[in-house]
Design a protein around this ligand. Structure first.
Ligand code: TYC
Length: 100
């Protein structure tokens, strides 16, 4: 004799994995370039050469994606970086947005 065992919860294929989030560096006219590079190195653990390149792209194009993380990590890093800027009296801003 066969017994049908019905699952209590349906098992859905994991097609909708959580979106990762970009951290975006925004340009402004006042924050010193060196400060931007220091924040990138400290918060995002990026080497000096890469940090300089990211800063320079934001400086020339208006914005640059720093990196992509799970949502909570992206938001924490952006707010850590924004706090450093605020404490130092600079208008530097980082934002986050979901990856496409
Ligand atoms: N544009 C700033 C300046 O000329 C430097 C800067 C670069 C600021 C990148 C923000 O995301 C930024 N001092």
């Amino acid at each position: 004799m066969t017994t049908d065992v019905q699952r209590k919860t349906s098992v859905k294929p994991q097609l909708d994995r959580p979106k990762r989030h970009k951290v975006i560096l925004l340009n402004d006219d006042y924050t010193p370039r060196d400060f931007v590079v220091q924040v990138l190195k400290a918060v995002f653990r990026i080497g000096g050469e890469t940090a300089y390149k990211i800063m320079y792209v934001a400086h020339t194009r208006g914005a640059c994606v720093v990196s992509v993380y799970p949502r909570d990590v992206a938001e924490t890093k952006a707010s850590e970086a924004n706090d450093l800027a605020k404490d130092a009296g600079h208008p530097l801003q980082f934002t986050t947005e979901p990856e496409e």
